[in-house]
Design a protein around this ligand. Structure first.
Ligand SMILES: [Fe+2]
Length: 387
């Protein structure tokens, strides 16, 4: 996140001696993006960071994709998707390309190991449940509606308070607030739909100095490796910088409304390389006396559109339920189903809550999504005579 944070202890000047009470040096680690030119933080560890007792290869992490077939709108129902395991092991990619993958996780258990994604940012949108993200940067609690954004390179463990349901976005690029909402200094501007005050950062740094065997699963090169450390991986005494996990709650998004129907970019919350993340939140509808609140049909010719339906009645969709995911691919228009547009006239507000991801390159459908598919979705526009 492009604002400075510091937690714990550190020397007054970087790259200078910083000693433990016993006299030995704390071990400095510079963790940064874009070859020392991007966002970075400096962490001070109790143990030497590269120290790994055992390395094992656990397997391939690439999603398996299906043939798309004839281009058509598609929908998937995740409400009854199997639950079990911990957040990382329960993560199932449903849609993806080289820029981003979208999936779900329905864990019932906390993690008993640590995890580090060395190749991608991860956003864990917490639809249901709550818990704690423990990382080298400290503690970050999360609950319903939180986007938990975890930069690559972070070593973390999630502990759940109860069963949870996540929509997971993973991307090998930085996920950040849209550039148009930030000034030259990175600060969110007065016309941004949220500000730094809405962003929660880690607190209560945990400095573990225990020895023993600790498992860290590392994802990189599309493979999972198991690293066994001879010390606790969360051994940081202090850190400062701009790179760390953070959380933003979808209910803190300040919707932008207008005289007439506002286009999807007003809902944009984050951006990554070749995709955007948008939040549809409860809001007042358009206030022109002749306004049509439902959207017009649109051909998003440069993007595939994915919506994860969280809560409320999504005003432009029929036959879509909570927990469903729709995929409206580029190449054909989409819009409200028959009857929806007339029915929307006169409505003053909506209680809908949904997360949308628009990708600028086509998405593939992963094999686990086929079992969840609502195969009749394309027919939902065929009611009536089509006028
Ligand atoms: Fe759309």
């Amino acid at each position: 996140m492009p604002f400075y944070q510091r937690l714990g202890e550190m020397p007054q000047k970087r790259h200078t001696q910083f000693r433990k009470p016993g006299g030995g040096l704390y071990r400095e680690e510079v963790m940064g993006l874009e070859g020392f030119s991007g966002l970075q933080s400096i962490l001070y560890h109790h143990f030497l960071p590269p120290r790994v007792q055992e390395v094992r290869h656990l397997g391939d992490a690439r999603p398996e994709y299906s043939e798309f077939g004839g281009v058509r709108h598609r929908a998937f129902t995740t409400g009854e998707a199997p639950a079990g395991g911990d957040p990382v092991s329960a993560h199932r990619v449903l849609l993806g390309n080289d820029d981003v993958t979208l999936g779900i996780s329905r864990p019932t258990d906390s993690m008993d190991y640590f995890y580090r994604n060395g190749q991608a940012y991860e956003v864990w949108f917490t639809h249901e449940g709550s818990g704690e993200l423990h990382s080298q940067f400290g503690l970050l609690e999360f609950g319903p509606g939180d986007y938990v954004v975890i930069p690559y390179g972070t070593t973390w463990q999630m502990r759940l308070n109860e069963e949870a349901r996540f929509f997971v976005i993973e991307a090998p690029s930085q996920i950040q607030p849209p550039k148009r909402y930030r000034n030259n200094f990175g600060q969110l501007t007065e016309f941004a739909p949220y500000t730094e005050r809405d962003i929660r950062t880690p607190h209560d740094l945990e400095t573990h100095t225990e020895r023993g065997e600790f498992e860290v699963r590392v994802k990189v090169r599309n493979q999972i490796s198991k690293h066994v450390l001879d010390h606790h991986p969360l051994d940081v005494i202090g850190w400062d910088g701009y790179l760390y996990p953070w959380a933003f709650n979808i209910n803190d998004y300040e919707p932008i409304t207008g005289l007439i129907h506002q286009p999807p970019p007003v809902h944009q919350t984050f951006e990554g390389w070749n995709f955007v993340v948008c939040s549809f939140v409860p809001r007042l509808f358009d206030y022109h006396p002749e306004a049509i609140p439902a959207p017009y049909s649109h051909s998003n010719v440069n993007s595939d559109e994915v919506i994860y339906y969280c809560d409320g009645d999504f005003m432009s969709r029929k036959g879509i339920n909570q927990y469903d995911i729709t995929l409206h691919p580029s190449g054909l228009p989409h819009g409200p189903q028959p009857g929806v547009t007339e029915a929307s006239i006169g409505a003053e507000k909506t209680e809908e809550l949904a997360v949308m991801v628009d990708t600028f390159r086509p998405l593939n459908v992963a094999l686990p999504a086929l079992e969840l598919e609502k195969t009749d979705y394309m027919e939902s526009w065929m009611e009536g005579d089509g006028e």
